[in-house]
Design a binder for this molecule. Structure first.
Ligand code: HEM
Length: 234
């Protein structure tokens, strides 16, 4: 009979869970109660730190999805991109916790942030880098296979190419939806016509919502509307 009370992994931590998950290191990454200037720093740090972890996973999936497109393995790329988009959805949902942050209490937390801003988030920087790369890889695929995107959308609804394009647009859209929530949340907490810890006006965040990583996939929709049965209604 196996003795489950025995720890079998090497490494630091009182049991195998702690050793594998490295919970001692992980749980020591938040400011201690004796360090904090406000009790809600824990809430603030947990939302940011867990965002970094989910984005680490999401970007790793986008990276591999791009590698799969390079070798024409579209099915795996689609699966990994969907997983990556789910990661963005999860970090969008966890912004809900910031609703619990009172605007006045946040003014105390702000005093210890220095010039630290989510604008320097390694996770979000990585999202930008990997989004640009997969856009290039996808564009190469379109050229390599001689794909006419409008035709792909008109007549190949179940094709791997169209499902990949849809997985790509979902990634792009999820990022914009995060930006919508982040902008509204930031305005709710610090107001508008003020600047963040890095000097950027909150209202600039609203403009970023319109950014598109994969413009050709958005443009093709416009083309479908213009050439569809109703024609261009502008
Ligand atoms: C009380 C909560 C928050 C407020 C008031 C806030 C406010 C701001 C402001 C004003 C900016 C503009 C740059 C600056 O001057 O700082 C900014 C940028 C940014 N923040 Fe936040 N933020 C909050 C939470 C978060 C969280 C939880 C994340 C997740 C990591 C995050 C990620 C970002 C990113 C990525 C940018 C760059 C703009 C973009 O790519 O859309 N922020 N934030």
């Amino acid at each position: 009979m196996r003795d489950y009370s025995q720890q079998v992994l090497s490494g630091e931590g009182r049991d195998d869970y702690a050793r594998y998950m490295r919970t001692d290191a992980l749980l020591s990454l938040q400011r201690r109660p004796d360090e904090v200037v406000h009790r809600d720093e824990l809430l603030f740090q947990v939302v940011h730190q867990s965002t970094e972890l989910w984005l680490k996973l999401a970007c790793s999936e986008v990276h591999e999805a791009a590698e799969c497109i390079l070798i024409d393995n579209l099915e795996t790329a689609i699966r990994l991109l969907k997983r990556a988009s789910l990661g963005i959805e999860l970090v969008t949902n966890q912004l809900e916790m910031m609703r619990e942050l009172s605007p006045w209490d946040f003014q105390t937390i702000r005093t210890v942030l220095g010039h630290g801003s989510g604008a320097d988030s390694p996770g979000w920087r990585s999202v930008q880098k990997h989004s640009r790369r997969i856009e290039r890889v996808f564009t190469d695929l379109v050229e390599r296979r001689g794909i006419d995107l409008a035709e792909l959308y008109r007549s190949k609804v179940d094709s791997a190419e169209q499902r990949l394009a849809e997985a790509m647009i979902e990634w792009d859209e999820r990022i914009s939806l995060w930006r919508v929530r982040h902008y509204k949340m930031a305005t709710r907490v610090i107001g508008h016509q003020v600047v963040g810890t890095q000097g950027t006006p909150v209202d600039v965040l609203a403009k970023l919502i319109a950014h598109k990583f994969f413009p050709q996939l958005w443009d093709v929709r416009t083309e479908l509307t213009r050439t569809g049965p109703m024609g261009d209604t502008t």
